[in-house]
Design a protein around this ligand. Structure first.
Ligand code: CMP
Length: 136
């Protein structure tokens, strides 16, 4: 049975700064994820705080919001069969040190903060996160 889904990917400041956006998008498209929409933007700390509010009780929250607002990012809607899980597999573990060979974070991540990409972790969050950046 098919399970066509949409998910949100963010190419984070460390990857934009190193011009990795095209390579990362190729990994998505070679793995049967379609780019439905994308845009580059530079969000404020308040916007980052709103986006990451599920993490507001975490000790790294302030640092995380500072980082996501520290430079340009690219936000991307991906669509495909099991897109949420597939994107998470392509990204690899949150900490690049623990990410499997060939994953985006293993290839390009620098640290747990500068881990190059974000991806929605559930169907509910995918909807919320897509609406956050692509309100029509
Ligand atoms: P991301 O998938 O964007 O979701 C939240 C981010 O918090 C995560 O990637 C990491 O970049 C960042 N982060 C920083 N410290 C930690 C930590 N100790 N555990 C999990 N995520 C962390």
């Amino acid at each position: 049975m098919s399970n066509n889904e949409r998910t949100l990917s963010i190419i984070k400041p460390d990857a934009i700064e190193r011009n990795l956006s095209e390579q990362i998008k190729l990994i998505f498209t070679k793995n049967n994820l379609t780019i439905i929409d994308s845009k580059k933007l530079h969000i404020s700390k308040d916007e980052a705080a709103e986006f990451y509010k599920v993490h507001q009780s975490k000790p790294f929250y302030d640092q995380l919001c500072n980082y996501l607002s520290s430079g340009p990012i690219e936000v991307i809607i991906l669509e495909g069969e099991n897109a949420i899980l597939k994107n998470r597999e392509l990204m690899g573990a949150t900490d690049p040190k623990n990410a499997k060979e060939g994953t985006i974070r293993k290839l390009y991540g620098i640290s747990i903060d500068k881990n190059s990409v974000h991806g929605s972790d559930s169907a509910g969050n995918a909807k919320t996160e897509i609406n956050f950046f692509f309100k029509k």
